[in-house]
Ligand binder design. Structure first.
Ligand code: LLP
Length: 422
């Protein structure tokens, strides 16, 4: 469900035609819908019946301050993985006691900053991290609240590059060492173990792997408690997938996800924490681009856009599918044919979609790359010296530029000519 629809033959973001936004900010640009964002947050949150839960929006999916503020206004907390994300969460208005800090490589400076901030929980992923955190907290005269992230050795059945719960992955504490690490953590002066954390991957479209991982983790809660550990929180990570293609994909509805979790965690009496990213913001954003050329190759036809892999790297990196739709609605009688939709970057990998069914289009026409709200803008780069593009947030008929397009001057300003070259 989203609010990017054709109205009177033009795709709108809520009440605004994309053509109007393109005139105002130029192309390409990311465009987000407030109503979609709010709806997705509410649907997720309201799928669960318990009062005591924390929905910690995973900033890595989209960390624009206006996006985070929109969610913070609805009561969301934050899942962060760096000091940069922590600073963004705070700047957007999220209270420190709603922030959890995940990630395998937290540095001493980052931990220190997070301790000074007074965040809700550190999700600790290894023994060395545990020792370091305990030491820093002790020096500050603090006791850091921690969950230990365990690796349940479960394949989430998602793309290879975004599966995180297999024993060969870098994430979490190996299952067979988990008990010992919990016992050890209990004796460290600078940490207090309050929970267990598990996250097995992203864009997971089948409940099976989630259920397997969560059941294992629920068993661990019971056995740790039997051994005298005071486990009061269970962080179940993020990972719930979304539909990228219009038809053949049917990820579970948050209701089904919540029903399964209710069943698996029944009677545990823990606070549940969630770290959803994509399911909140994925379908709340699109990338709008203009066609530069239509090119006839030897065997294939190309639609060449002014947006490229540096703006949206998901197709190149994960073979991800994004629907691409013309902004002007095709007539019912329009004939569709197959095109490869590509960008101007000098790599064959700069292909946003292969064999995309499109009506006949011309240079200057606009297209919308759908479902680009998560892991789109945040993964953009200035490869090929293409400045980062604008981001726009729509609410009803209002729009705000929530990130300015970088200028060429901005782009060049950070470089220096080495003094011996002057
Ligand atoms: N919690 C942890 C510990 C994570 O590592 C992640 C995602 C999340 C929560 C949020 O997962 P989500 O609900 O968004 O699936 N760039 C890739 C996805 C990388 C996901 C990394 N971790 C992509 O574009 O598909």
């Amino acid at each position: 469900m989203h609010h990017f629809d054709y109205r009177a033959g033009v795709m709108h973001a809520e009440g605004l035609p994309l053509t109007t936004i393109a005139e105002r900010v130029g192309t390409p640009f990311y465009c987000y819908s407030t109503a979609t964002l709010e709806r997705h947050y509410r649907v997720f949150k309201e799928s669960f019946s318990m009062d005591d839960m924390l929905v910690a929006y995973s900033l890595k999916a989209n960390s624009n301050l206006s996006i985070v503020r929109t969610l913070s206004n609805l009561g969301a907390g934050a899942d962060i993985v760096s000091e940069g994300e922590l600073r963004r969460a705070l700047a957007a208005g999220i209270a420190p006691d709603k922030i959890v800090f995940s990630g395998v490589g937290k540095t001493q400076t980052e931990m220190s900053f997070a301790l000074d901030t007074g965040i809700y929980q550190f999700n600790v992923e290894s023994e060395p991290e545990l020792e370091l955190l305990s030491g820093i907290a002790e020096q500050k005269g603090q006791v850091a609240p921690i969950a230990l992230r365990v690796n349940p050795s479960i394949d989430a059945g998602t793309h290879e590059k975004i599966a995180t719960g297999r024993s060969e992955d870098k994430f979490g504490i190996p299952w067979n060492r988990a008990r010992n690490v919990f016992d050890h953590a209990r004796n460290l002066p600078g940490v207090k173990v309050v929970g267990i954390d598990v996250h097995i991957g992203s864009q997971i479209t089948d409940l099976g792997p989630f259920e397997a991982a969560f059941s294992k983790t629920a068993d661990l809660v019971r056995s740790l408690r039997a051994a005298g550990h005071d486990i009061t929180r269970l962080d179940l990570g993020g990972g719930l997938g979304i539909a990228y293609a219009r038809e053949d994909e049917a990820p579970p509805h948050p209701n089904q996800y919540a029903e399964m979790i209710g069943r698996v965690t029944k009677g545990l009496d823990v606070q549940l924490i969630f770290e959803p990213g994509r399911v909140i913001v994925g379908n709340a954003g699109i990338l709008v681009a203009r066609i530069v050329y239509i090119k006839q190759g030897d065997t294939r036809r190309f639609v060449i856009l002014d947006a490229a892999m540096n703006d949206l790297i998901r197709p190149a990196l994960y073979d991800a599918h994004h629907d691409i739709l013309p902004v002007i609605e095709p007539a019912p009688s329009a004939a569709f044919s197959l095109f490869d939709v590509v960008g101007p970057v000098c790599e064959t990998g700069d292909t946003l979609a292969r064999d995309c069914e499109l009506p006949s289009l011309e240079s200057g026409d606009l297209v919308a790359v759908m479902s680009a709200g998560a892991y789109g803008a945040v993964q953009a780069s200035e490869y090929n010296s293409r400045p980062l593009i604008a981001e726009v947030l729509v609410r009803g008929q209002d729009m705000a530029v929530i990130r300015e397009r970088r200028t060429y001057e901005d782009m060049l300003a950070a470089d220096r000519i080495a003094d011996w070259l002057e």
